[in-house]
Design a protein around this ligand. Structure first.
Ligand SMILES: NC(=O)c1ccc[n+]([C@@H]2O[C@H](COP(=O)([O-])OP(=O)(O)OC[C@H]3O[C@@H](n4cnc5c(N)ncnc54)[C@H](OP(=O)(O)O)[C@@H]3O)[C@@H](O)[C@H]2O)c1
Length: 222
């Protein structure tokens, strides 16, 4: 059993938490408003879920999922995240996050920007390219013919291995999409972002196999 800390417990964070609980992991949820606002969600997820402050969730996690708006990066608890394997689900959207020059001019990926705020972490970009309802509906056991693939990007091989093991445990296989510097290939608006799993209007989505994900990554342009 892995303890997964969540900094952010909104749409995609709570979907990952739900799959993690179903797979037998422990989750510690947090948000910006305080643990009391997550009591109902934690109770619904059962005895292996709890709510905490973001610093406590960071300290508790074997793996920590950062799943917040990019504009919240400056509030993240860097000290308790030091040394941790961290999953970054985040997408940059200037309409929500305000304009960030390094992201607008593509000199940095949003994951490289995140790493500036939490520099001592082993960061892996994952889950940013799938709609949360599709994430919930497309999870399948290992070996299922219609199991879907998710791209992951990161600079640490051990962290990627740990994240791969976690993702495989919750119903997906992975495609290694390279280092964090290449994570633009799975950023907002790229071919692998959302589209392979079907339109948002179909909440069930459809499976996306390894070839589809590799082809989408390969055709990304900047
Ligand atoms: N929705 C999707 O299907 C989807 C899919 C893939 C990736 N993403 C990306 O993943 C990230 C999260 O998306 P979402 O849709 O889950 O957003 P959301 O539903 O708006 O949830 C955001 C979460 O972040 C928390 N948060 C905000 N500021 C925080 C801070 N300073 N410290 C701790 N927690 C903070 C919020 O807590 P409060 O509510 O208490 O403020 C909330 O729990 C975004 O970057 C998004 O682009 C979303």
């Amino acid at each position: 059993m892995t303890t997964v800390g969540f900094i952010g417990s909104g749409q995609i964070g709570s979907a990952i938490a739900r799959l993690a609980i179903e797979a037998g992991h422990q989750v510690v949820l947090s948000n910006s408003r305080g643990p009391e606002t997550l009591a109902d969600t934690a109770a619904e997820l059962g005895p292996w879920a709890s709510a905490a402050t973001s610093g406590e969730a960071a300290a508790a996690g074997d793996i920590v999922v950062v799943t917040v708006p990019v504009k919240a990066f400056l509030d993240l608890p860097a000290a308790p995240l030091a040394g941790k394997t961290v999953i970054d689900t985040c997408n940059y959207g200037p309409e929500r996050d305000g304009h960030i020059p390094e992201l607008d001019d593509t000199s940095l990926t949003s994951s490289e920007l995140l790493l500036r705020y939490i520099p001592d972490t082993l960061l892996v970009k994952a889950f940013n390219n799938i709609f949360y309802k599709h994430l919930l509906s497309l999870a399948r056991p290992a070996g299922a013919g219609d199991r879907s693939y998710l791209p992951i990007a990161g600079d640490s091989a051990p962290a990627k291995a740990a994240v791969t093991e976690f993702i495989e445990s919750i119903g997906y296989s992975v495609v290694d999409a390279g280092p964090l510097a290449d994570s633009w290939r799975q950023a907002t608006g790229t071919p692998v972002w959302g589209t392979p799993y079907g339109p948002y209007s179909n909440e069930k989505g459809h499976s996306a196999g390894e070839d589809a994900i590799r082809a989408a990554l390969a055709t990304a342009t900047r």
